[in-house]
Design a protein around this ligand. Structure first.
Ligand code: M6R
Length: 609
């Protein structure tokens, strides 16, 4: 949820850390702070608000420091405030830490530190206990003190720590919260995510759970749980630093919407062999494995869950295997019927969403085979899965997920078709037809995006709305949920999605004169039914924006406005239909003056329960 950056080297640590934090601001942005070693002391500056506010405070100070740690926060324990911002220090400020995650036993630890060790706390955070614990155990060796402190801690953490008495080292530790180390020339870095480091390094160590890292400017040592040094292969980042920049777009969200044709193309073509067939290299799902599987669970959160809804539709249709789609936070607490005949598909852009990770572990314990669909290479979900199907969306920075979603859909189709073929339940013509349809999507989308202006015009008519409804049938139901989520998270309009056929069972009571209804009618076989649903809401006075395929013009008679997507097979229509909804949400939010890339109360990756 939050962002961590640490630097040790010869350059100005303050500038490097602030710059790195800016790349992570999408992960949390309600307060920011920095701790720097300077002349035998640790200097801490931390403030409520964005990194720009921290910079403003720092602008008249000169920190000639070569070692430091910084943090951008998304509040969990304790409201956003200067006191609750990281870094936190021990009583005499000789130790400073930054922390991502949650210390679950912090109340007990806090009481213990207060009563047994007369510690005075300055914040309401769980993280502050870490600084005091390290301070308590510190006897001139930061690494040793961090080991001892972590033995006391329960929960999830990525921690960076510095000590005033050891200006030549940073110690970092990871359990269930992402942590990477960047390897530079005469300098080294820690960060919670790779984009923070790309300006400086391409060589990365991905730190595993329960590993502790000791960094000096010339050396990085990684130790396992038993304090044994471990060797780690260098991970070379191949994607461009520009991928994490806006490149002339006003917002990352808009840039990422426009990157969808490329993301879809990459995700698709990297999984097709020379004969044009799906080749899931590195995924060891054999026909025998599949014959044993009698049920698929797709488990995820938010937008990734919506991708799962389309996945269910595709797997059941093509591969004839029953699929249940579950919200990760529900799955783990309801004793689901999972065993060694279950294929569990975890879907996650970040691969760090705690609920998804916990659900995965639950399913694994029960014997399920784990396949994950993940965007971030080396993330926790990827590492804990039996097989990983990477999306090739590139780094997604905007909090509102767009290109991750469409690439997740591509994975869903490929998994469904692959399983169908392995099981021998799909005719060759059908298999080829769907693949051809998928291959045509990137170009169709590029053409569609040229007409973006018309959606901006539509947004101008709608941006003052207080509420909106999204309706659809079949595969359009999942798209309705996703369109509705996009609108509410970036524009704060109270929006609601429902299967169109379900409207009349209650929700239609809310439709009145001029209520905005976005009606998805991209499924040919359900088109007439959708037209009836549109009539139903029109009869109650609704203002309807229809989404339909270019050849299906009948809808013009019913809807007030229509957005036409390129003609395509019903099966792949979700890939095209979601894009106008993303654009509508974007332009409405822009007209409302919302902070589109960093919506209030949200963070990019939710690594807490
Ligand atoms: O990183 P993940 O895909 O696991 O994240 C899941 C959700 O938190 C995420 O999709 C969220 O709903 C987005 N803000 C939606 O735009």
């Amino acid at each position: 949820m939050c962002g961590i950056v640490g630097y040790i080297g010869n350059e100005n640590a303050c500038d490097i850390i602030i710059d790195g934090l800016k790349k992570l601001e999408y992960r949390g942005y309600d307060s920011a702070g920095i701790a720097l070693y300077k002349e035998g002391k640790i200097q801490v500056r931390k403030y409520k608000g964005r990194i720009a506010n921290l910079e403003e405070h720092l602008k008249n100070e000169v920190f000639d420091s070569h070692v430091g740690i910084g943090h951008t926060r998304w509040a969990t324990h304790g409201a956003p405030s200067d006191e609750n911002a990281h870094p936190h220090t021990n009583g005499d400020s000789t130790i400073a830490i930054v922390h991502n995650g949650i210390i679950e036993n912090f109340v007990k630890l806090r009481e213990w530190l207060e009563t047994e060790h007369q510690v005075t706390f300055r914040s309401e955070t769980d993280s502050e206990v870490i600084a005091h614990l390290i301070g308590l155990y510190y006897e001139g060796d930061l690494l040793e003190a961090v080991y001892k402190a972590t033995e006391k801690m329960e929960g999830a953490y990525a921690i960076g720590a510095i000590a005033a008495a050891e200006p030549d080292r940073i110690v970092a530790v990871r359990k269930d919260s992402p942590l990477v180390v960047g390897l530079g020339e005469d300098c080294n870095f820690i960060a919670s995510d790779i984009p923070a480091l790309l300006k400086h390094v391409r060589k990365i160590y991905l730190i595993e759970n329960n590993e502790t890292v000791l960094l000096t400017k010339d050396q990085v040592k990684i130790f396992d749980q038993n304090r044994k040094e471990v060797k780690r292969e260098v991970f070379h980042v191949t994607w461009d630093a520009d991928a994490a920049e806006k490149e002339g777009y006003d917002h990352f969200m808009l840039k990422e919407i426009h990157e969808q044709p490329k993301g879809i193309y990459e995700t698709l073509t990297r999984r097709l062999d020379e004969s044009g067939k799906i080749a899931l290299d590195g995924i060891s799902l054999s026909k025998e494995d599949l014959d044993r599987i009698d049920k698929v669970y797709i488990v995820a959160c938010g937008t990734a869950y919506h991708a799962g809804l389309v996945g269910k539709y595709a797997i059941e249709k093509f591969a004839h295997i029953p699929v249940e789609v579950d919200i990760a936070s529900e799955f783990r607490y309801r004793d689901p019927f999972v065993n060694d005949r279950t294929l569990f598909i975890a879907v996650s852009q970040s691969g760090e969403t705690l609920d998804t990770l916990a659900a995965l572990r639950e399913a694994k314990k029960k014997g399920a085979r784990i396949l994950s669909v993940v965007n971030v290479v080396g993330s926790s979900v990827a590492r804990e899965s039996d097989d990983v199907f990477y999306t090739w969306a590139g780094p997604e920075i905007a909090v509102a997920s767009t290109k991750a979603y469409t690439t997740q859909l591509v994975c869903m189709y490929l998994i469904a078709l692959y399983m169908a073929q392995l099981k021998g339940v799909i005719a060759q013509e059908e298999y080829r037809r769907i693949l051809e349809e998928l291959k045509a999507v990137p170009d169709k989308l590029r053409e569609f995006l040229k007409k973006e202006k018309s959606i901006e015009e539509l947004a101008k008519k709608q941006y003052k709305r207080e509420s909106a409804f999204f309706i659809g049938r079949g595969a359009d139901v999942g798209i309705s949920y996703e369109g509705s989520l996009k609108l509410k998270e970036v524009s704060y309009i109270n929006s609601f999605a429902i299967a169109a056929g379900e409207l009349k069972h209650g929700t239609i009571a809310l439709i009145e004169q001029d209520t905005l209804v976005v009606a998805l009618a991209t499924q040919d076989q359900l088109y007439d039914k959708m037209l009836s649903n549109i009539q139903e809401v029109k009869a109650r006075g609704a203002y309807v924006i229809g989404i339909a395929k270019a050849s299906n013009r009948e809808i013009e008679k019913q809807a007030n406005d229509v957005i036409y997507i390129p003609d395509c097979a019903d099966e792949v229509a979700p890939l095209l239909a979601v894009v106008p909804l993303q654009l509508l949400a974007y332009y409405i939010a822009k007209l409302r003056g919302c902070d589109i890339d960093k919506p209030k109360n949200l963070a990019k990756s939710v690594t807490v329960e």
